[in-house]
Design a protein around this ligand. Structure first.
Ligand code: G3P
Ligand code: CA
Length: 344
């Protein structure tokens, strides 16, 4: 199980509160990511809203995490106590997960090992990547369907073998300092981040048994299913992953139903596929969709949020995860975790 071990530069005045909230945050992550039933005293005493299939992913004002012998009255009083952190408008106990989108991709070339190394350096605990299968069936990290934008190659990525793709430069387009970065295989990525980051694997394709290939890579890297999240826009992909490995938490990436449309069938479908979360573009999120997701026991992640004010706004709305190209900024804004050089 990963721990919150990223670099944390705190002011002395906030260290106690932040240490406590880090503990809560860690607790929240474990439960949101693994969907294990929450074992904390708070949940056992019914102080949190239970979220079926997602652990207690709602509020983490949980003083009994520190003192399992605490009295109920003390616990309730502590739950009500206001908490103040710099740059944070909402209670940090409710801070969403922060997921580095394609790595620390604002600064480093997306979906390369350099982008994940930077995300780790900045203190990120989760990072997203995009997966296609090569012509010879190897899962690799890549976002676009074509090679042009982010490499010196041309054409659809699925047309090329791994050997060909490994010849390409996937770093120079971003910055000459990253010249020579290559397209990583999923196994290479998993081994590079193991023990440091929880991978969020977005499966882009939907054919050639890509789900089985991704699971095979996880086994090859000896990566526990509970430490991973699988995302996809394709319903059949998340549905199949849940059948192949029920321990792998899945997130269905969606466009919310139109206002006035009956959302019932939509949420029933999500639950039938046994997803633990939904993902939406942050500008498509409405309070009613978020509420309905939570009422259905689903977590809600939003992408791609790179603006500090918007991060705070979404945290205040109660989203469970923010996917960002700027994990250092999100860590500072949402958790008061200072990282050198952040420009809000
Ligand atoms: O994680 C969701 C988000 O990554 C989906 O959009 O285009 O960045 O893959 P995209
Ligand atoms: Ca993605």
């Amino acid at each position: 199980m990963l721990r919150t071990t990223g670099p944390v530069l705190r002011s002395a005045a906030n260290s106690t509160v932040q240490a406590r909230d880090e503990k809560r945050y860690e607790h929240r992550q474990e439960n949101l990511v693994t969907r294990r039933p929450c074992e904390c005293s708070c949940c056992r005493h019914g102080l949190h809203r239970e979220v079926p299939g997602a652990g207690c992913g709602d509020s983490y004002t949980c003083p009994m995490l520190r003192s399992h012998t605490g009295l109920l009255l003390i616990a309730l009083a502590s739950c009500a106590a206001p908490q103040v952190l710099p740059l944070t408008a909402a209670s940090p106990a409710a801070a969403p997960l922060i997921i580095a989108h394609r790595g620390a991709s604002a600064e480093a070339p997306e979906n390369t090992l350099a982008a994940y190394a930077l995300a780790i350096e900045q203190g990120a605990l989760l990072a997203e990547c995009d997966i296609y299968l090569t012509a010879d069936g190897v899962p690799v990290l890549f976002h676009d369907s074509d090679l042009e934008r982010t490499t010196n190659g041309r054409g659809p990525i699925i047309n090329f073998s791994l050997a060909h793709l490994k010849e390409l430069d996937a770093g120079s387009w971003k910055n000459a300092a990253y010249a020579g970065e290559t397209i990583p295989t999923l196994v290479e990525f998993l081994l590079a981040v193991k023990g440091k980051l929880r991978p969020v694997i977005e499966i882009k394709g939907k054919d050639r048994e890509i789900e089985s290939q991704v699971i095979r890579a996880l086994r090859q890297a000896q990566f526990p299913s509970e430490d991973v999240m699988i995302f996809s826009f394709h319903y059949q992909v998340v549905e199949k992953i849940a059948r192949l490995d029920p321990a792998l938490p899945t997130t269905w990436l969606v466009t919310p139903p139109e206002a006035g449309e009956d959302a019932g069938p939509f949420f029933r479908r999500a639950l039938e596929a046994r997803v633990s979360a939904l993902g939406v573009s942050h500008d498509k999120l409405t309070p009613s969709f978020l509420r309905r997701a939570h009422e259905s026991g689903l977590s809600l992640f939003v992408w791609t949020v790179n603006d500090a004010q918007r991060m705070v706004q979404l945290a205040n709305m109660g989203v469970d995860g923010v996917i960002t190209d700027r994990p250092a900024l999100a860590l500072e804004v949402l958790r008061g975790q200072a990282t050198a050089g952040v420009q809000p």
